[in-house]
Design a protein around this ligand. Sequence first.
Ligand SMILES: Nc1ncnc2c1ncn2[C@@H]1O[C@H](COP(=O)(O)OP(=O)(O)O)[C@@H](O)[C@H]1O
Ligand SMILES: [Mg+2]
Length: 284
Amino acid sequence: MITDPYLVPITKSINWSAMSHISALVAGTRGSGKSFLAFSLLVSLSTLPCKTDSLLGTSQLPTQIFAIDLKNADMARLSSLLPDGRVANNKKDAIRVVDSFLNAMNKRMEWINDNAPFGATAKSLQMPLYYLVIDEYSATSAVFNDALTKEDKAMKYHWFSSIHQIMMLGRQLGFGVIIITQQASDVNSGLSSALKEEFGMKVHMGQANAESYRLTFGNEIQIPIESLNTGEGLIWLEGTTDTGYVLPFAAPFINTRDFWSILKKAFARQEDVKYLTSCLNGNY
Ligand SMILES: Nc1ncnc2c1ncn2[C@@H]1O[C@H](COP(=O)(O)OP(=O)(O)O)[C@@H](O)[C@H]1O
Ligand SMILES: [Mg+2]
């Protein structure tokens, strides 16, 4: 039996199928462990398929990573590990990054249409994923919403419509987003309820009140009574936890002393052209 090569381990018993259930929402207050969780997701994603005994996988399907971090914090430091043009820490570069992500997405669509049989998808062809991670998404949206000049208004429109396009059209092509935010509120953040339904994984890190959980998970979800610390959270996975309850979990522990070297190894296969059209399943 062939197991899913796109499985990202969250804990020993919880796995996220990043291709089948594309795009993730990570919410939680400041300091709850959102960015650290995202970093461990990036290591697993960029070295798929995963191995059971280590954070680094076998890297036959290296997810291509793009990152936006307008607060210029941990995520922005990835610019020294990723190819040029993949990481943004200001508004103009954020537009450039999102444009090149969309451009890659459209190129893959054309390539599949021209080369693969009818009905083929990135999943059936076993193509590497592409993920855009946006840290502090609400703060980012606020920066774009603060638009007085004509140019700023154009960028605002461009930003929100691009995020919308990626989330609505990326699924078949293996293009997803990881949105990290303190509050998954709808108001002005561009995270409409319709868009929130597109997430294949939703996580809320740390302790929160009922309203914050409702914003992250929606109204239908039952919240178990748990006391959660930094690096711990509740998780909802499309297809797994649909039946009502979200699951408590602890994020993989990150030892900051050697994590940078792990990231460096994880990003050994970040390339702009090669992985756009590579297929592990050559029998199409
Ligand atoms: N999985 C983890 N492993 C080790 N330390 C963690 C983990 N998650 C959080 N921490 C600790 O908590 C701090 C805040 O986590 P961070 O991910 O930056 O929070 P957030 O992004 O939600 O503001 C980190 O600097 C680290 O010291
Ligand atoms: Mg953070």
